[in-house]
Design a protein around this ligand. Structure first.
Ligand code: ADP
Ligand code: ADP
Length: 226
């Protein structure tokens, strides 16, 4: 089964920008997939459409077989999103943020607290659980974004430039964590500017330019061509 199937998707923004032009892309279950491309290529638009934050102009999107247009709730349940920008409530604690997130997906309180402990521990944030989010460092906020996205245990995790502005040491530990959850069966799609990041992590890769997918190949093959 495919974790993601994008078919003939176009996006015309108001004002006339054609951000995606009849784009199709499939990502298999279990894959670790990188979407690469220069600034303005359409990566964020693609992620926005998959996570139903941006309306597509035409085409279809399926997440684990659930159609975004007709089975939105089911599709959303399959998917965890780590956006680029921090969007927490500044005054909530680390633990409140993740427990509340689970609540939005209908996880009961006890289960939510158990998961919070698990993911916050794995992401080295458990000691910070009572800290309000505004007091966290940038690196801690990044890890909190990932913990929050995992709280409903999605089968597909999408990360938009997860390590932008992150120092190399933290980047490495985030990579290790992502590899581990991928190993446990979570399909991962990330966008990145860093070819090195894609090279280190990803099995397959899509290169997007001017709203079109210009390359869709395995990392191995791509490296062979360079
Ligand atoms: P978004 O709301 O998409 O998450 P931001 O929070 O950064 O993005 O807000 C900036 C707004 O400007 C967004 O709606 C963004 O998509 C939009 N934007 C980005 N590039 C352009 C552009 N070339 N023309 C018009 N709007 C743009
Ligand atoms: P990337 O994530 O690859 O940098 P984006 O998806 O953000 O690319 O942008 C693709 C194109 O769409 C760019 O030309 C950008 O300026 C434009 N764009 C993005 N968001 C908006 C928006 N809200 N309104 C108008 N144009 C936008």
């Amino acid at each position: 089964m495919n974790a993601l199937e994008i078919k003939n998707v176009s996006k015309n923004y108001k004002g006339g920008v054609k951000a995606l032009k009849n784009m199709s892309l499939s990502v298999e279950e279990g894959d670790f997939f990188a979407l690469l491309g220069p600034n303005g290529a359409g990566k964020s638009t693609t992620i926005g459409i998959i996570s139903s934050l941006v309306n597509k102009t035409s085409g279809s999107v399926n997440v684990f077989g659930y159609d975004l247009d007709t089975q939105l709730v089911e599709a959303k349940n399959q998917l965890g999103l780590v956006p680029q920008e921090f969007n927490f409530n500044q005054f909530e604690t680390v633990e409140q943020i993740v427990v509340n997130q689970a609540g939005y997906y209908g996880v009961e309180k006890g289960g939510a607290r158990e998961r919070a402990k698990k993911y916050l521990t794995q992401l080295d944030l458990w000691e910070k659980r009572n800290e309000v989010s505004r007091n966290l460092s940038g690196g801690m906020k990044r890890r909190l974004m990932i913990a929050r996205a995992l709280m409903h245990e999605p089968r597909l995790l999408i990360l938009d430039e997860p390590t932008a502005g992150v120092d190399i040491e933290l980047r490495r530990s985030m990579w290790d964590f992502l590899r581990e959850i991928n190993r446990q069966g979570v399909t991962i799609i990330l966008t990145t500017h860093y070819l090195e990041e894609a090279e280190m992590l990803c099995r397959n890769i899509g290169i997007i330019n001017r709203g079109m997918l210009i390359e869709n190949t395995s990392m191995k093959e791509l490296l062979g061509k360079l």
